[in-house]
Write a protein that binds this ligand. Structure first.
Ligand code: ATP
Ligand code: MG
Length: 360
């Protein structure tokens, strides 16, 4: 295992470029406009983390871009292919039929998150909210049966209103409840080298948000275990909005901002990837000590970055305007000094590369 992660070649000299694995114990911001190669390049770095470290990775994958991270390309060098083949990449799919499905256990979720799923307010819906606090008691003897059936068949009429709420909101139809299947948090706890939480095929946005929140809440609840983990959130604007609207969005943003502010000492290290700095909450952004910047043609966004990431030299930030695909500036703790890099080639398959225009 090496502390140097080969990431590509230097733009100006063609010499090998590396990142420092030991400085992944910081938060990282990964930024660039659409098509600049963020997801592809992130994949290159994750492959190198898999090859060279024992750092468990959890990827929140809203476009199913990383579902093939365990599948090695034919053109990978035999040595890398043999090494990567020994790593465990556990993919939890949001689409039925693609492999193990992503499952969430409602009764194990944080009470505030459960209330947000059911649109319950602790003051306005005081009675129902209070019943919610007791839902766990009713479910525990009979794991595996649909919760809504247990609630409906309960002798306590208070539970019937929760059952109605679950049905009325359509939550019962979300094809992701665990019943007696293994849920996503159990997979994360089993500590594969990488867990891919595929969020790409859910019918409604709330499902994606609920699944992500279940995992983030659980990681936070177990923070005292102090297991170093890299928590990768691609398209981070989905989960860490600067202007959350719904209760679920508030909880997600609050949780990520909390992990950004306090998670480092517990070994919860974020990697947030998005197109523009203004798309994620500033209190998460300001905690990032590592920056990967890909093509960015907006002068305004570059000024934002210069303000937030004082450690990135402005003359190098400006080069981002002329970057081609796969070119990046790395700055901050995970690089010995700021460097301009042509990111290397993937060793594993991309999940969802661009759709090609059909030609005649
Ligand atoms: N270094 C590279 N070598 C070869 N192909 C690349 C490289 N970087 C990106 N691509 C290809 O370019 C396309 C866009 O890249 P990618 O999906 O990584 O962009 P992105 O910055 O994540 O965009 P978005 O913000 O829209 O998600 C993909 O089809 C990918 O396969
Ligand atoms: Mg992308």
């Amino acid at each position: 295992m090496a502390s140097e992660l080969p990431i590509g070649t230097h733009l100006d000299s063609d010499s090998p470029a590396n990142l420092r694995a030991e400085k992944l114990n910081r938060h990282t911001f990964w930024c660039g406009q659409s098509g600049s190669g963020k997801t592809y390049s992130l994949g290159v770095m994750l492959e190198q983390i898999l090859l060279n470290t024992k750092l468990p990775i959890v990827v929140f994958d809203p476009n199913s871009d990383f579902v093939r991270l365990g599948e090695i390309r034919d053109d990978a060098t035999p040595a890398a292919a043999a090494e990567l083949a020994q790593r465990s990449v556990h993919v939890l799919h949001s689409k039925p039929g693609d492999g193990q499905q992503l499952r969430v256990r409602f009764v194990d979720m944080d009470i505030r998150s459960r209330a947000a799923v059911l649109k319950l307010d602790p003051i306005h819906d005081a009675a129902e909210y209070n019943t919610m606090l007791r839902v766990r008691d009713i479910e525990l003897p009979a794991r595996g049966e649909p919760l809504v059936d247990l609630l409906r068949n309960s002798d306590d009429p208070a539970f019937h209103s929760i059952a109605r709420r679950i049905e009325n909101l359509g939550v019962v139809e979300w094809d992701m409840w665990a019943y007696d299947d293994q849920d996503v948090t159990a997979v994360v706890h089993s500590r594969p080298d990488a867990t891919i939480v595929d969020l790409g095929s859910f019918e409604v946005k709330e499902q994606m948000q609920t699944a992500a929140l279940a995992v983030l809440d659980d990681l936070w609840a177990h923070r005292h275990d102090r297991i170093g983990r890299l928590i990768v959130i691609d398209e981070a604007h989905n989960l860490c909005s600067p202007s959350p609207g719904t209760p679920l969005e508030h909880l997600l943003t609050d949780r990520i901002v909390q992990i950004a502010a306090e998670g480092r000492k517990y070994g919860l290290w974020l990697l947030l990837s998005t197109q523009r700095p203004s798309k994620v909450h500033p209190n998460a952004l300001s905690q990032c000590d590592n920056l990967a910047l890909m093509r960015m043609s907006s002068a305004h966004d570059l000024e934002d970055l210069a303000r937030t990431f004082g450690y990135a030299p402005s003359e190098l930030l400006d080069r981002a305007m002329t970057f081609g695909q796969g070119q990046a500036l790395f700055a901050g703790g995970f690089t010995a000094e700021p460097q301009l890099v042509q990111v290397g080639t993937r060793l594993t398959h991309e999940g969802g590369s661009d759709v090609a225009v059909p030609l005649r």
